[in-house]
Write a protein that binds this ligand. Sequence first.
Ligand SMILES: CC(C)(COP(=O)(O)OP(=O)(O)OC[C@H]1O[C@@H](n2cnc3c(N)ncnc32)[C@H](O)[C@@H]1OP(=O)(O)O)[C@@H](O)C(=O)NCCC(=O)NCCS
Length: 158
Amino acid sequence: MTDEIQVRQCVDGDLAALEATEPPGAGIARNLLKHQAAGTVVYVAAWREHQPAGTVVLDLVSDHTPELKHLFVQQSARGAGIGTALCAWTESYAEKSGFNKLYLSVGAENDGARRLYKRLGFTPLGRSTTTTYQYVDDDGRKQWATETDEVFEKALTD
Ligand SMILES: CC(C)(COP(=O)(O)OP(=O)(O)OC[C@H]1O[C@@H](n2cnc3c(N)ncnc32)[C@H](O)[C@@H]1OP(=O)(O)O)[C@@H](O)C(=O)NCCC(=O)NCCS
């Protein structure tokens, strides 16, 4: 449940715990901590009993800055408000940093995420982005994927 969850910015000492949730050799957490050290992203996790139950990234240098990216909740932890808590933390961080809008991109077929974002007050901007990216699948194999996402925005201040 949400009251046992602590949402906070990741630090270098979290690397091993974060890597344990990744496919072998993916290097996702290592890479994000490197970008965070360079000041281009804020890397956030929801912790339950010292294990990351979900993560999200606030990108400070994307085409739509600031952009909430890579929201992911472990399968077994879904439907308990963790995705909502990660979005709320990110929103509040962006607002405190002086931004008056928050952006994100979501696939047209990703009904669960679209429902979550709409419930949180994000609305479609009427713009799409197509990205081709490489990822490591659950068996540690590199794969390519192309995805068309719709851009959503939310005003943080009136
Ligand atoms: C999309 C995703 C991040 C949602 O995470 P989540 O932790 O399940 O999100 P929440 O629990 O906050 O909300 C999901 C549902 O739980 C319900 N819920 C929220 N808080 C709750 C609580 N305290 N108790 C019970 N249910 C709750 C919500 O009403 C919501 O219901 P709905 O989907 O029918 O609208 C998760 O499914 C995921 O990681 N998906 C794969 C990756 C992905 O698609 N990411 C988005 C990329 S754009």
